[in-house]
Design a protein around this ligand. Structure first.
Ligand code: E4P
Length: 225
């Protein structure tokens, strides 16, 4: 499973990007809006924080295919080659796909909510499709089930497009998707840290530390060997 950070907070990204196996960052207009900073500068700060190799996903804002393609080219020029343009699952986004692929752009089809949208964008050449799990849950659907359907259909057709699941509220959502081999998940910094934390690990560490302190006074191996 690939892990990406779903945030535009460059400080949080810098804090976690080397501490966790993070392979990229996803943003969208709302996430950039939360930072409130000038978005082009914020993207450059994020690129600086993650380095040139990790994926950086940023969403177009244009309403027609031509504008989307122009934005995508400008974004790639600004943030480098490991850039994935997020194209909304709308008719003009689908119409933009041939030109985007002709220009060699990597594409994440975003705001995906069902298998029909996912299959269309995969067929059009998307590198990732990004279904929003919790937003589906919020309307009474089962977001994890729908993502599993997308992965099932992609497998049926031998589709190589990755499924980058987004919009998470519980670790169980990710655990369920992991059982089906989800390609990637994008989560907030706090959520990523929560995936690592377990109260029983804390308890185990307290017991190890107490036993070691009693035995050695807390010296580490470099001081004992
Ligand atoms: C991915 O980047 C999506 O745009 C984002 O995660 C949407 O999910 P949300 O429901 O947490 O806003």
């Amino acid at each position: 499973m690939l892990y990406l950070l779903d945030t535009a907070n460059a400080d949080e990204i810098a804090r976690l990007v080397d501490a966790y196996p993070v392979c990229g960052v996803t943003t969208n207009p709302a996430i950039l809006g939360q930072e409130g900073a000038e978005p082009a500068r914020q993207l450059r700060l994020i690129r600086q924080a993650i380095g040139p190799q990790r994926m950086l996903h940023a969403q177009v804002t244009g309403k027609d295919a031509e504008t989307m393609v122009r934005e995508a080219l400008a974004l790639r020029d600004a943030v480098g080659e490991s850039f994935y343009v997020k194209i909304p699952a709308v008719p003009e986004g689908l119409r933009a796909m041939p030109a985007l692929k002709k220009e060699g752009l990597k594409v994440t089809a975003t705001a995906i909510f069902d298998t029909s949208q996912a299959l269309l964008f995969a067929r059009a050449g998307a590198d990732f499709v990004a279904p929003y799990v919790s937003r589906l849950d919020n309307i009474g659907a089962d977001g994890v089930d729908i993502v599993e359907e997308i992965m099932h259909d992609f497998k049926e057709y031998g589709v190589t497009t990755g499924v980058l699941a987004a919009s998470f509220r519980t670790a169980d959502q990710i655990r369920r998707l992991a059982k089906h081999g989800i390609t990637a998940v994008t989560v907030t910094p706090a959520f990523l840290e929560a995936l690592l934390w377990h109260p029983m690990t804390d308890d185990a560490m307290r017991r190890f530390d107490a036993a070691w302190a009693k035995l050695t006074g807390g010296r580490d191996w470099t001081q004992l060997l």
